[in-house]
Ligand binder design. Structure first.
Ligand SMILES: NC(=O)c1ccc[n+]([C@@H]2O[C@H](COP(=O)([O-])OP(=O)(O)OC[C@H]3O[C@@H](n4cnc5c(N)ncnc54)[C@H](OP(=O)(O)O)[C@@H]3O)[C@@H](O)[C@H]2O)c1
Length: 252
């Protein structure tokens, strides 16, 4: 049985993805920072699953020692992680377009540094040729967007990191992917006050993630495809046109 570790799996995309892998006969390890939420998630998943190979490890990814201990414990207790889905993230828009250094620091600590701590220990422990790291990024990281300075900075950093590691991990024969979902209905997107085009469910995201990570190797997994292709085109527009279109669409 292959082993997948999913961070931030107590709710949303991570939770649905854990269910999907468990239903497809993987050994699944779920993590998140809040133990009560994590235990509740584990019970909810197990109720409807005949595969009982689900394990939970509380792990706040912004705590480097905790990440190191968790990954080492998983390798010792459960076995070698074949696939790590680094999905945990905090989300907090810049309120009223105000610059808040606290918000920047919190998001950098969890999303950027937290993901780096996971990668640090995974690279050390993962076996050549059998391992795959997938980072859940976001198309918000493709280009700057209003109110998204802090969150977008962390996600664009992670996209860049994934691209860079693609080259560096080739030597170690560890695969790396980035996952770019469009708008998915979760606790995080409840915070959005604007209308979200092409909004999809967590189950939709989980199906795409499972297919993308278990089929032929792809560096980028993105969905829904039509919305993401539109965003990819926006990525190459000249600034003048890009700023005009985003201001018109968001009214910000
Ligand atoms: N929803 C979307 O539209 C969308 C679009 C693009 C990308 N994404 C990305 O998809 C991923 C999942 O997002 P989601 O929408 O499913 O959000 P969500 O429902 O809010 O889930 C976030 C998860 O991360 C965990 N988490 C937060 N801080 C953590 C920490 N310090 N250490 C460990 N776990 C932590 C949370 O659990 P605890 O509170 O228990 O720690 C929760 O399980 C994120 O990387 C997000 O940026 C989402």
């Amino acid at each position: 049985m292959k082993i997948v570790w999913i961070t931030g799996a107590s709710t949303g995309i991570g939770f649905a993805t854990a269910k999907k892998f468990l239903d497809n006969n993987w050994k699944v390890i779920i993590s998140s920072s809040n133990e009560n939420k994590l235990n509740e998630a584990k019970n909810r998943i197990l109720i409807n699953s005949s595969n009982k190979e689900l394990y939970s490890y509380k792990c706040d990814i912004s705590n480097r020692d905790q990440v190191k201990d968790t990954v080492i414990n998983i390798f010792n207790d459960i076995g070698d992680i074949n696939l790590a889905i680094l999905n945990a993230a905090a989300y907090s828009p810049n309120r009223d377009q105000e610059f808040s250094i606290d918000n920047y620091e919190m998001l950098i600590d969890v999303n950027l540094k937290g993901t780096l701590y996971c990668i640090e220990v995974l690279i050390e422990k993962m076996k050549e040729l059998q391992s795959h790291i997938a980072i859940v990024t976001s198309p918000v990281g493709y280009r700057g967007l209003p109110t998204a300075g802090a969150y977008g900075l962390t996600k664009s950093g992670l996209i860049n990191l994934g691209e860079s590691l693609y080259f560096d991990l080739k030597k170690k024969k560890i695969k790396i992917s980035i996952i770019n979902p469009g708008f998915i209905k979760t606790e995080s997107t409840k915070l959005n006050s604007f209308s979200m085009p092409f909004l999809k469910s967590s189950e939709f995201a989980a199906n795409k993630i499972f297919k993308g990570l278990t089929g032929t190797y792809k560096f980028e997994i993105y969905f829904p495809w039509f919305f993401l292709i539109m965003l990819k085109i926006m990525r190459i527009l000249p600034y003048k046109i890009y700023f005009y279109l985003i201001s018109k669409f968001t009214k910000l």
